[in-house]
Unconditional design. Structure first.
Length: 95
Protein backbone atom coordinates (compact mmCIF):
# COMPACT_ATOMS: atom_id res chain seq x y z
CA UNK A 1 0.00 0.00 0.00
CA UNK A 2 1.45 3.35 -1.00
CA UNK A 3 1.56 6.33 1.28
CA UNK A 4 0.01 9.67 0.40
CA UNK A 5 3.44 11.29 0.50
CA UNK A 6 4.70 8.83 -2.17
CA UNK A 7 2.42 10.58 -4.65
CA UNK A 8 3.93 14.01 -4.04
CA UNK A 9 7.62 13.42 -4.71
CA UNK A 10 10.05 16.20 -3.86
CA UNK A 11 7.47 18.60 -2.45
CA UNK A 12 7.16 19.66 1.14
CA UNK A 13 3.42 19.89 1.57
CA UNK A 14 2.14 21.61 4.68
CA UNK A 15 -1.41 21.13 5.89
CA UNK A 16 -3.02 23.77 8.07
CA UNK A 17 -6.23 22.98 9.88
CA UNK A 18 -7.96 26.19 10.87
CA UNK A 19 -10.13 26.37 13.96
CA UNK A 20 -12.42 29.23 14.90
CA UNK A 21 -11.05 31.99 17.10
CA UNK A 22 -14.21 31.99 19.23
CA UNK A 23 -13.58 32.33 22.93
CA UNK A 24 -15.72 30.99 25.72
CA UNK A 25 -16.83 27.91 23.80
CA UNK A 26 -14.87 24.72 24.41
CA UNK A 27 -15.20 22.73 21.20
CA UNK A 28 -13.42 19.44 20.73
CA UNK A 29 -11.83 18.87 17.32
CA UNK A 30 -11.64 15.07 17.37
CA UNK A 31 -11.94 14.73 13.59
CA UNK A 32 -9.09 17.16 12.95
CA UNK A 33 -6.94 15.44 15.56
CA UNK A 34 -7.47 12.00 13.99
CA UNK A 35 -6.79 13.22 10.45
CA UNK A 36 -3.77 15.17 11.67
CA UNK A 37 -2.32 12.08 13.33
CA UNK A 38 -2.69 9.97 10.18
CA UNK A 39 -1.12 12.67 8.00
CA UNK A 40 1.81 13.15 10.41
CA UNK A 41 2.49 9.40 10.36
CA UNK A 42 2.61 9.65 6.55
CA UNK A 43 5.26 12.38 6.69
CA UNK A 44 3.24 15.56 6.29
CA UNK A 45 3.79 18.70 8.31
CA UNK A 46 0.47 19.42 9.99
CA UNK A 47 -0.45 22.40 12.14
CA UNK A 48 -3.61 23.58 13.84
CA UNK A 49 -3.95 27.35 13.64
CA UNK A 50 -6.61 29.79 14.82
CA UNK A 51 -8.65 31.18 11.95
CA UNK A 52 -7.22 34.61 12.54
CA UNK A 53 -6.22 36.39 9.32
CA UNK A 54 -2.90 37.68 10.66
CA UNK A 55 -1.82 34.29 12.05
CA UNK A 56 -2.70 32.54 8.80
CA UNK A 57 -0.96 35.19 6.68
CA UNK A 58 2.19 34.73 8.76
CA UNK A 59 2.14 30.98 8.12
CA UNK A 60 1.54 31.38 4.37
CA UNK A 61 4.09 34.12 3.59
CA UNK A 62 6.87 31.63 2.88
CA UNK A 63 5.08 30.46 -0.28
CA UNK A 64 5.32 26.74 0.52
CA UNK A 65 2.67 24.48 -1.01
CA UNK A 66 -0.17 24.41 1.48
CA UNK A 67 -3.48 22.69 1.92
CA UNK A 68 -5.97 24.35 4.26
CA UNK A 69 -8.57 22.21 5.97
CA UNK A 70 -11.57 23.07 8.08
CA UNK A 71 -14.01 21.28 10.33
CA UNK A 72 -16.97 23.60 10.35
CA UNK A 73 -19.92 23.66 12.72
CA UNK A 74 -23.04 24.96 11.00
CA UNK A 75 -23.22 28.18 12.99
CA UNK A 76 -19.76 29.19 11.66
CA UNK A 77 -20.26 28.26 8.00
CA UNK A 78 -20.53 31.87 6.78
CA UNK A 79 -17.45 32.91 8.79
CA UNK A 80 -15.36 30.14 7.20
CA UNK A 81 -16.65 30.78 3.68
CA UNK A 82 -15.76 34.47 3.95
CA UNK A 83 -12.42 33.68 5.60
CA UNK A 84 -11.54 31.17 2.88
CA UNK A 85 -12.31 33.71 0.14
CA UNK A 86 -9.97 36.22 1.80
CA UNK A 87 -7.13 33.72 2.03
CA UNK A 88 -7.54 32.51 -1.56
CA UNK A 89 -7.40 36.06 -2.94
CA UNK A 90 -4.00 36.56 -1.29
CA UNK A 91 -2.38 33.12 -1.49
CA UNK A 92 -2.23 30.16 -3.84
CA UNK A 93 -3.56 27.47 -1.51
CA UNK A 94 -5.80 24.45 -1.90
CA UNK A 95 -8.76 24.39 0.46
Amino acid sequence: MSKISDHIKGKSIRILFLIEPVTGINLQWLGIMIISSVLKKDGFEVEIVKANIEEVREKLRDGRPTIIGYSVPTYLAKFYLDFNKKIKTEFNVFS
